[in-house]
Design a protein around this ligand. Structure first.
Ligand SMILES: Nc1nc2c(ncn2[C@@H]2O[C@H](COP(=O)(O)OP(=O)(O)O[C@H]3O[C@H](CO)[C@@H](O)[C@H](O)[C@@H]3O)[C@@H](O)[C@H]2O)c(=O)[nH]1
Length: 371
């Protein structure tokens, strides 16, 4: 186990709904609260357990919606109350991570923060810890450090990091500069990046001094930055926190950290990268969930659900069951069936990315009750 660094705080933004995993993932049961690996733990709990050796329970904070407070505290009984930052509504990742940066910076101006998505699957504890330790060293040198994963396909669901020259930083032998950061390119561009081994996927982790992240936000999104400082100033005063959140939070710009910070920081030479040699999966849709559960056994049907009752004959793909209904699948390939008490999804792994479109349509047609 590695030594904790006294000035390092881990931040877990836990707010994404994971709409490509609907109807498994819902507004009131988002992806990070599910056990998708069969470990017996939610993804959020696994994230906490991964970070604890690096930051210790006193220095891990979670940014989440007010509605998820009880569920988060039940998953993480060791989290101190002052480390739970509650939003009144989702305002995307720049606001969520920026809020934690602003509060923690106000409490300690020298703090280094690392943000780690709440809903990823990572295997390889030692290599993960080594990557984060290097990233903290790079952050101490004044950079915003990302962790990059060698792409295994031309995905359009990730940010791409164009790795530059070696960056000489003590304690970070694998550090490199970043030439460019491109958030979610189109397919043609993704294919070019995939063919070029110097592009890495952004694993959704950003490690920097809180002050450096806030300076970048101030330069690129001054109104968002001003709102975050106002919130941080009132945060530790119990009387003022609630009214300030109600007034300021809903006005904050909705923008992802990748656009608000990573892309512009790369253009200014302030972004760095450490390659991650661990197994990483963001389990963003049912195609990746199928791969994860079937662990390479392509001729089997992957099944998720404690009460699943399935009869399958020559079927491949995935069945997710939250009911006790008997489901039989015969001679269907790469099928995705998700059976819940009030919604049923049937698609194929090839079309898994399009589930997000169903969620959008349901929103527009006023069927928020099944989201
Ligand atoms: N608290 C809170 N957290 C949020 C919110 N919106 C997003 N998050 C959290 O921020 C993290 C990333 O947000 P996503 O919205 O899931 O991002 P993405 O589309 O998957 O893309 C990001 O991650 C990819 C890797 O999975 C990256 O490749 C990509 O560049 C980007 O960073 C997740 O932990 C998510 O829970 C919010 O409003 N509130």
């Amino acid at each position: 186990m590695s030594e904790p660094f006294d000035d390092f705080y881990a931040v877990i933004p836990a707010g994404g709904i994971g709409s490509r995993l609907w109807p498994l993932s819902r507004a009131d049961a988002p992806k990070f609260l599910h056990d998708l690996t069969g470990s017996g733990n939610s993804l959020l709990r696994d994230t906490w357990d991964r970070l604890e050796p690096l930051a210790g329970p006193e220095r891990i904070s979670v940014v989440t919606g007010r509605a998820h407070r009880a569920a988060v505290e039940a998953e993480l009984p060791g989290i101190p109350d002052m480390n739970v930052f509650l939003e009144s509504e989702p305002r995307d990742s720049a606001a969520a991570i920026g809020l934690a940066a602003a509060i923690l910076h106000r409490r300690n101006p020298d703090v280094i923060i690392g943000s780690f998505a709440a809903d990823h699957v990572i295997r390889g504890t030692r290599t993960f810890e080594f990557a984060v330790q290097q990233a903290v060293a790079v952050a101490r040198a004044g950079y915003i450090c990302t962790i990059g994963i060698q792409p295994s396909e031309p995905s359009v669901g990730f940010g791409y990091i164009h790795k530059g020259d070696e960056l000489v930083v003590d304690g970070a032998p694998e550090a490199a500069t970043v030439e460019r950061f491109v958030e979610k390119p189109d397919l043609e561009t993704a294919k070019q990046y995939y063919a070029d081994r110097s592009f890495l996927w952004n694993a959704g982790m950003f490690i920097s001094k809180a002050s450096v992240l806030l300076d970048e936000l101030a330069a690129n999104e001054p109104e968002l930055h001003a709102g975050l400082l106002e919130l941080a100033e009132a945060w530790d005063d119990r009387e003022r926190r609630g009214p300030t959140v109600d007034r300021v939070w809903p006005r904050l710009k909705k923008i992802a950290i990748d656009y608000a910070v990573a892309e512009p920081a790369a253009d200014k030479g302030r972004l760095a990268v450490i390659p991650g040699h661990f197994d990483w999966d963001d389990v963003g849709d049912f195609a990746s969930l199928t791969k994860l559960i079937s662990a390479g056994r392509k001729n089997d049907l992957a099944v998720l659900g404690p009460k699943a009752r399935v009869l399958s004959d020559a079927a491949t793909g995935i069945l997710v069951s939250q009911t006790s209904r008997v489901i039989s699948l015969i001679g269907v390939q790469d099928i995705v069936v998700v059976d819940t008490p009030d919604a049923l999804l049937v698609t194929t792994t090839e079309h898994a990315q399009r589930v997000k479109g169903v969620v959008e349509s349901l929103k527009l047609s006023g069927r928020g009750d099944v989201l």
